[in-house]
Design a protein around this ligand. Structure first.
Ligand code: AMP
Ligand code: MG
Length: 395
């Protein structure tokens, strides 16, 4: 199955099971969350016309070129009086423009006479250095659309409207399962044939960044009876996310147990790393089974499970930004799956980690993102390849 098709099917299923419960949160607790409803401007911004410069405010229409006396001084935070006819006002950046003024001349362009009057020497036009009321937004304008993820910029916008709380979609609850007899948690001694469970840490940290409530469902041994009991013990979750044991291997007990009480499709994705992926339901709860090799888990979570989860929260734009960059490596053998090589940009070119084995998580730590090599293509130095920065997917 091509990657696009897998993503399209996942997004369709996400659209069919949106998480729609919402909650009001203080801005400081809303980072990374998804806006639950369109946000309309509750104020004009700026609320009043103000000066963009330190300088002098005047009414150009009434001015004949004569030096003007200064009749008031307006600092940011002050409420000015109307501008007296035949005068100007000393004004500072962010201070309200006095009624009657229509232009601000910056202080560098004027000469102040000994008697305090101001000579304007440079040509001026109405509106110079004035930030007009409502130039950024007007009451009722749509500022942010439902489904927007709230980062520093969006939260800053909400703050600029004076709102202390915002309606967000509730956190999704995601159960993380790691399968495999070989897995041991960090901190425990390593027995023969065992490895430490790294996928769990990757996924739990990543899910937390995505604003999920993580239910750590532990390690599932390669044993049908124990897999059944552990699954039955899962509480109320929105998604079960597992790693490992999804190939057609004989130890695919998770698949067996899930099929008994739900349905499960095994997809062979045209993606490398990360060929096998399962999607299904267990007692009505969606299940995504990612391949267990650490680099495969990373790629399939980032490119498929992450967009799926965000879409369930109502996010429309779920795909990471890709940029075309010249390749600084060669890829002489065309593959029949789309490859996502762990790479980074050096001197404006994409270079790749020498060991692209799906078991090597270090490749991703060295890298700054994924370099896409399309099915059936080779790459020569200088060819354009797509680069997806990890910063695009890890948040
Ligand atoms: P599987 O998909 O279960 O066949 O596992 C594929 C490879 O990934 C095997 O080498 C596993 O030992 C390894 N693996 C599976 N799960 C994890 C995990 N949670 N952490 C680290 N490696 C894993
Ligand atoms: Mg396994």
């Amino acid at each position: 199955m091509p990657v696009e098709q897998a993503l399209e099917r996942l997004l369709q299923m996400a659209d069919a099971t949106p998480i729609s419960e919402r909650e009001s949160l203080p801005l400081g607790a809303s980072q990374g969350r998804v806006l639950a409803e369109d946000l309309a401007a509750t104020l004009d911004l700026p609320p009043w016309s103000n000066s963009a410069m330190d300088g002098y405010a005047l009414r150009l229409a009434d001015w004949r070129g004569e030096p003007l006396p200064v009749t008031q001084r307006i600092q940011a935070g002050q409420a000015p009086a109307a501008l007296a006819a035949g005068s100007c006002a000393r004004i500072f950046t962010g201070a309200p423009l006095p009624e009657g003024a229509d232009c601000v001349e910056m202080q560098e362009n004027v000469e102040v006479l000994a008697d305090g009057r101001v000579i304007f020497r440079e040509p001026m036009t109405v509106g110079d250095n004035v930030r007009p009321k409502g130039q950024e937004m007007r009451v009722g304008d749509r500022v942010l659309a439902a489904g927007t993820r709230l980062g520093p910029i969006e939260l800053g916008l909400v703050a600029s409207l004076g709102l202390a709380e915002i309606k967000v979609v509730r956190r999704p609850r995601v159960a993380v399962l790691s399968t495999g007899d070989e897995l041991v948690e960090p901190g425990q001694p390593l027995g023969p044939g065992q490895i430490y469970n790294s996928n769990r840490r990757v996924l739990c940290s990543w899910l937390e960044r995505l604003g999920c409530e993580v239910v750590d469902a532990g390690i599932l041994p390669d044993d049908l009876a124990r897999t059944r009991t552990q699954l039955a013990g899962l509480g109320d979750v929105d998604l079960i996310l597992s790693t490992g044991g999804v190939s057609v291997g004989e130890a695919d007990f998770l698949g067996v147990a899930l099929r008994e009480e739900g349905e499960l499709a095994l997809w062979k994705l045209a993606i490398k790393p990360g060929k096998p992926l399962t999607f299904g339901h267990f007692r009505g709860v969606p299940v995504i089974g990612l391949p267990g090799n650490p680099a495969s888990t990373l790629v399939t979570f980032g490119l498929l499970a992450r967009p799926y989860l965000l879409r369930r929260l109502g996010v429309r734009q779920v795909q990471p930004l890709q940029v075309g960059v010249p390749a600084g490596f060669t890829w002489p053998k065309p593959g029949n799956r789309r490859e996502y090589l762990r790479g980074r940009l050096e001197n404006g070119q994409a270079v790749i980690y020498p060991n692209q084995s799906s078991g090597v998580l270090l490749s991703a730590a060295w890298a700054d993102g994924l370099v896409e090599v399309l099915e059936g293509t080779t790459v020569a130095v200088g060819d354009r390849v797509n680069f997806i920065a990890f910063s695009e997917v890890l948040m």
